[in-house]
Ligand binder design. Structure first.
Ligand code: HMG
Ligand code: MG
Length: 298
């Protein structure tokens, strides 16, 4: 049976823009975020406090975070790789930070310049310090199904990466199909293992739509009791250190699908489409979702 309500976490301003070849102006990022909040988004991953040389598209993180009028009921989150990132994020008053690492050793190295064994203590400290500062923590495990360097990943690899993070007290786990390679059977098989280990209420799924399987994967995850999904407005996205990582599942496509399945999200499809039309011409790597393309012909 399907749930009555799904929580959609908007990651477009971070995952959608981190890889864009053009630098989207800070005012435009803020305007887009405000439009998505007006359209009902209650969780926005706004930016990353990562090294500007590694991710130049988000080098404006500090000033961006200062430009919002914070609204009650909205969670403003940011991605952080280490203590330096956490300090910046806390100074800017975020409500939640996301730490991240990969199930695959090679992708972890390429993305954050550390082995998995070196990463765990760094993230454990970030998790403890964030929580001590009253900030909740979400953790991403990337390349959970497939790695651009190592190929197919076994579900147990994800659990090995996640165990120390769970012990350190993360509030939510977001499991990422970074290069959009998974199909529903794999999602079904993996989730059956993962929910034995992590309460399903704490699991979010993060699908990229590189091969057009993201919504089918959402459906598979819904059947396993997952009720939180990440998506990016306008279907923007990609990981700069994962060649072939296509756009995220477009939030508009996810809303269309969920609402027609009788699942409510508290978000407004039409307003979301307008927000997508606002940001698309300001980006370079645009790969608009299907619902947006369809809406243009209506
Ligand atoms: P490093 O070069 O190994 O860092 O980078 P380091 O600790 O050796 O420090 C080197 C210099 O960087 C020092 O400065 C530090 O202060 C500085 P210097 O003394 O040379 O002047 N530094 C920083 N500066 C700003 N912000 C920081 C920071 N930390 C150190 N936070 C590091 C290591 C992790 C910083 C780097 O590799 C990095 O920034 N990586 C980010 C990569 C990234 O953002 N990738 C995309 C996100 S992951 C993703 O997209 C997947 C996801 O969507 C889920 C999915 O789809 O599966 C989440
Ligand atoms: Mg991603």
């Amino acid at each position: 049976t399907l749930p009555a309500h799904v929580t959609v976490k908007e990651v477009g301003p971070r995952d959608g823009l981190q890889n864009d070849a053009s630098f989207v102006e800070t005012e435009d990022k803020v305007a887009w975020i405000e439009q998505m909040i007006d359209a009902g988004a209650a969780y926005i991953e706004c930016t990353s406090f990562v090294h500007p040389k590694w991710v130049p598209a988000l080098k404006d993180h500090q000033e961006l975070m200062q430009m919002f009028k914070r609204r009650p009921g909205v969670t403003y989150a940011a991605l952080v790789p280490n203590m330096k990132g956490l300090e910046g994020a806390l100074r800017s008053g975020v409500d939640e930070v996301s730490v991240f690492m990969s199930a695959s050793e090679t992708h972890n190295q390429k993305n954050i310049n550390k082995t998995i064994a070196e990463t765990h203590p760094v993230l454990e400290e970030v998790i403890r310090e964030a929580k001590a500062a009253g900030c909740s923590v979400r953790a991403y495990i990337s390349t959970a199904f497939a790695c651009p360097y190592e190929g197919t990943m076994a579900p147990e690899t994800v659990l090995k990466a996640v165990d120390p993070l769970l012990e350190a007290g993360i509030n939510e786990l977001s499991i990422g199909d970074t290069i959009g390679a998974a199909a529903p059977l794999e999602v079904d098989t993996a989730l059956k293992q993962w929910v034995q280990h992590v309460p399903k209420e704490q699991i979010a799924m993060h699908f990229h739509d590189t091969r057009g399987t993201a919504l089918a994967n959402v459906y598979a995850a819904l059947q396993q009791g997952v009720t939180t999904f990440d998506a990016a407005g306008a279907g923007l996205g990609g990981c700069p250190y994962a060649p072939g990582a296509g756009g995220n599942l477009a939030t508009e496509d996810l809303l269309y699908f969920l609402h027609r399945q009788g699942i409510e999200t508290g978000m407004d499809e039409a307003a979301y489409l307008e927000a997508a039309e606002f940001i698309l011409p300001r980006t370079t790597n645009a790969a608009p979702g299907k619902v947006l393309l369809a809406s243009r012909g209506e």
